[in-house]
Ligand binder design. Sequence first.
Ligand SMILES: Cc1cc2nc3c(=O)[nH]c(=O)nc-3n(C[C@H](O)[C@H](O)[C@H](O)COP(=O)(O)OP(=O)(O)OC[C@H]3O[C@@H](n4cnc5c(N)ncnc54)[C@H](O)[C@@H]3O)c2cc1C
Length: 383
Amino acid sequence: MRSADAVVIGGGIAGVSMAATLAGHGLQVVLCEREPTLAFHTTGRSAAQYLKNYGNDVVRRLTLASAAFFSSAGATPLWAPRPFLRVGRADHAASLRADAEAARALAPTTEYVDGDGARAIVPALRADIEGALYEPDSMELDVAAIHQTYVTRLRSADGSIVTSSPVVSLTRHRNWTVGLGDGAVIEAPIVVNAAGAWGDHVAELAGVAPVPLHPCRRTVAIATVPPPWTSSSWPLIAFENGQGGMDGYCKPEGDGLLVSPADETPSEPCDARPEEIDVARALDALDEWTTLGARHVRTTWAGLRTFAADRSPVAGYAPDADGFFWMVGQGGYGIQMAPGLAVAAAALAVDGALPTAMVDAGIRVADLEPGRAGLGGPLSPDH
Ligand SMILES: Cc1cc2nc3c(=O)[nH]c(=O)nc-3n(C[C@H](O)[C@H](O)[C@H](O)COP(=O)(O)OP(=O)(O)OC[C@H]3O[C@@H](n4cnc5c(N)ncnc54)[C@H](O)[C@@H]3O)c2cc1C
């Protein structure tokens, strides 16, 4: 039997960021990933964007708290400029203007631009687009480099990573005994559940009550756009659906265009695969909002965005099991808020309190803790 201070379950961005940050607190950490490679599931399938104006207030504050890491932690840059433009038609213009006004409290550079202003930024937008929320300093994230930065930090703090190692049993006497698929066993006082869509399954292994979590599939396609399209500097463009959510979005990706129908289809935890109908919907949305005329799809993928009912992440010790720490519910924002969330969660795991800087940034334990009110209800609407 091997022993550690903490076993982290899951090698996506939640697991590696938490493991590295716990190791930075001086804990001996072992990270267990079921797949042969890390970041195989949702983390390797994201749209890689950092948006200040996305998600609820808790998500936005954690996103802002992550900026310093992205701008300074890597040996190479971890992000690059990619503005954000959320466009709408006549019946969306008033709400976009109000959203832009409200957004300035946390993201002061946000502005409202009218239809001509939006077309000056993206000439291919259709003529009936009436207005847009514009976030000029949104960024594109290098997810592989961010993930690797945490892996390097974990290893250099003497942490270890075991792949092809599903956690198959969790029992607690004085410490947790973590059983792996190959029969190996690790003993530790702290277990961190960073298993993404499988978070409730891991809890079940430990006899811990579920959050419950809502894994939802989202689809992405890389489309080829016919000439004269050239602009790799265009923003990520989101198409407003009138209820504060999106009809779809697109952004340049290499010499193609990444498109998504912004689908949110409930799913069991699984290796998510794209459905043809969702790829077709992405191209329809692109046609409806732009004159780009993309037809050919080069590649497609899908991933599971996993939410708690209130769409805030869940970070904290389970109220019903000593030493079982939840680190789940990263939804559609798990990369952009990973550094801030890892700092908050590791401090909660080690000290039982948030660092002063987090409290000053408006992040509250009550917003993150498992067992908070409202988690048993349906998934709240997207915004
Ligand atoms: C299409 C799409 C677009 C997105 N766009 C963005 C974006 O632009 N910006 C952003 O910030 N976020 C985005 N996201 C969301 C982001 O990708 C997720 O929030 C984040 O990757 C979740 O990370 P995770 O570590 O919780 O989950 P995962 O990456 O899924 O990691 C969980 C890991 O746990 C492992 N595991 C499960 N059970 C066990 C077990 N029993 N034993 C061992 N290991 C186990 C799994 O194999 C998996 O590797 C997007 C997601 C999708 C799908």
